[in-house]
Design a protein around this ligand. Structure first.
Ligand code: LIP
Length: 279
């Protein structure tokens, strides 16, 4: 039987390639920075332009499909996952990196049907790495199959997470306590590349062994979660329960053993849900 979503995946790769070109061009000129929820929540005209480009291109081809896009949601669009074929889009994942020319900047797109991720595309456009994953068909970087490290011992892991200050001192304290708890296991090290989707692709390709984060969004997670799973990794909630795309939290790991041990070192804190107003 032919794959009903193959055409969507092919179009997704095309549009991510175009979006990546726009982002690389924009890096050559001055970048005007605007702020969203706080002084450290950055957005640029390029984020907004690239999201419009992606959505208009997909809408022209698949007019009945639904969208959840980071900048559309910031502008007031609903963030509700339905059973419809839905494109979940982060036009620039790693906006702070983009603003500083730090080279982990990607276009991240996940595609769901009946709330299940069917495929993910992450284009790390400065590195020129196109990660793709179709459910049940493996994960690839520039067409070459990728695999997680398979590491099962957390003490042998290189772990990724993100460190940032988002106003709420309780969340900051919990984040620092978690960092301390994981670092003192001890693990081989913690890195913070600045893009959730790139972090997941690093785990998927075996360059890192685990990534944990609470406080990101469905558009940061959808594309990369597909890549990790199809590369043989596991994606779970930070509590160890099943991964929930709208929960704003995840662990992506090289093995279930690593994910489970990591949950024991992470104290959960409330980050709300992406669909809190809608379902
Ligand atoms: C960013 C993430 C980053 C995280 C930030 C933010 P954006 O996405 O990828 O890892 O630390 O909180 O969510 O805003 O650049 O698309």
């Amino acid at each position: 039987m032919s794959d009903p979503w193959q055409e969507c995946l092919e179009h997704c790769v095309e549009v991510a390639t175009q979006a990546g070109k726009v982002i690389r061009e924009a890096l050559k000129s001055d970048i005007a920075v605007m702020h969203k929820s706080s002084q450290v929540d950055l957005v640029t005209e390029t984020d907004q332009r690239v999201e419009r480009l992606i959505i208009s291109s997909i809408k022209a081809k698949f007019p009945t499909h639904s969208f959840i896009g980071e900048e559309s949601v910031a502008a007031g669009a609903p963030s509700v996952l339905t059973d419809d074929p839905t494109w979940i889009i982060d036009p620039i994942d790693g906006t702070t990196n983009f603003v500083h020319g730090f080279p982990f900047v990607c276009v991240s797109i996940g595609f769901t049907v009946k709330k299940q991720i069917e495929f993910g595309v992450v284009y790390s456009c400065i590195e020129d790495k196109m990660y793709t994953a179709r459910k049940g068909k493996g994960a690839f970087c520039n067409g070459v199959p990728i695999k997680v490290s398979g590491q099962e011992d957390l003490s042998q892991c290189l772990v990724l997470t993100e460190v940032c200050f988002k106003k709420d001192p309780h969340r900051f304290d919990a984040m620092m306590a978690n960092l301390r708890s994981v670092l003192t296991i001890p693990v081989h090290g913690i890195r913070s590349p600045g893009s959730a989707a790139v972090n997941m692709c690093l785990v998927a390709s075996g360059a890192a062994d685990a990534y944990y984060h609470a406080g990101i969004h469905c558009w940061d997670m959808a594309g990369g979660a597909a890549v990790v799973t199809e590369a043989g990794g596991v994606v779970t909630d930070v509590s160890g329960g099943p991964f929930d795309l709208m929960s704003r939290r995840l662990i992506a790991a090289s093995s279930r053993a690593v994910a489970e041990r990591l949950t024991r070192h992470i104290t959960e804190f409330n980050v709300g849900r992406d669909d809190a107003d809608g379902s």
